[in-house]
Design a protein around this ligand. Sequence first.
Ligand SMILES: NC(=O)c1ccc[n+]([C@@H]2O[C@H](COP(=O)([O-])OP(=O)(O)OC[C@H]3O[C@@H](n4cnc5c(N)ncnc54)[C@H](OP(=O)(O)O)[C@@H]3O)[C@@H](O)[C@H]2O)c1
Length: 270
Amino acid sequence: MRTLVITGGTDGIGRHLADHYLARGDRVVVVGRDPAKGAAFRAAAGERGTFLRADLDSIARNRAVLAELLASHPRIDALVLCARFYRSHRTLTTDGFEATFAHFYLSRFLFGHGLRDALERTADPVIVNVAGPGAPLAAARLDDLQLTRDYHGGTALGHNGKLNDLLGVAFAEEYRAGRTRYVLVHPGVTATAHTGAYDAPTRAMVTEMARTAKPVACAARPIIEVLDAPPREPLTALVEGRRLAVDGPDFDPAAARLLAARTRALLAGR
Ligand SMILES: NC(=O)c1ccc[n+]([C@@H]2O[C@H](COP(=O)([O-])OP(=O)(O)OC[C@H]3O[C@@H](n4cnc5c(N)ncnc54)[C@H](OP(=O)(O)O)[C@@H]3O)[C@@H](O)[C@H]2O)c1
């Protein structure tokens, strides 16, 4: 029996993956905010499913959940990062971080590094970061990580998606002697909850987009493939199941190191 931790596992692609692995006999811990979604998950999951309620915008809640996970699950086979919430308007968290940066990037940084020891104790460990690999390096604003200038919700997704690519590059480099593989996944446009606080034009666009979006089961298929048989390489990027090269300028190790250093400085003492 494997143990999977899925952030954003109460809805959309994350929930589909949680159901899939529970049906296969594994143990699944999902993290989300909404208690009603958590209760629905628990009712369907049975005793192998656990819901941890946490707002991953908050650094303290991230750290508390990580401590709880390490105490209850010293061995974790797979970490799947799916939590994401669109914001049309720039919002600050209680820590003073821009909210998309906080849960879509900082939380993923904390989870990957925080659970790494528990992952290394298992036979074939893997982290799957579901975001949007493939954008040019310029999509990341390394000089304005929290988008203080010209904020737009779509820009925030692209920017933080690129930060996640660099997170994968830095993680794979830092732990190259380890066994945990890092996989960046772009699922393609998928018919999910698309949770968010949308302005009217963006809401209309998302509704329109959902008409032609692929079913969740289709988006989940390549993710299940890598969870079942993690690639041999330390870092892999997949866009709708197709591999992207990760040695080009868009996955620049120097930029990844710079981002990792800035991230640690931002998190220091928190
Ligand atoms: N759907 C697409 O078209 C698409 C396209 C490209 C990439 N992706 C990526 O795929 C991943 C999954 O997306 P999805 O569309 O399946 O998501 P979704 O259906 O919108 O579900 C989002 C999940 O994240 C959780 N979440 C959001 N903010 C949170 C927070 N602050 N703290 C804790 N949990 C939080 C939600 O739980 P609560 O409701 O309880 O907050 C929910 O479980 C995301 O990383 C997304 O960037 C999706």
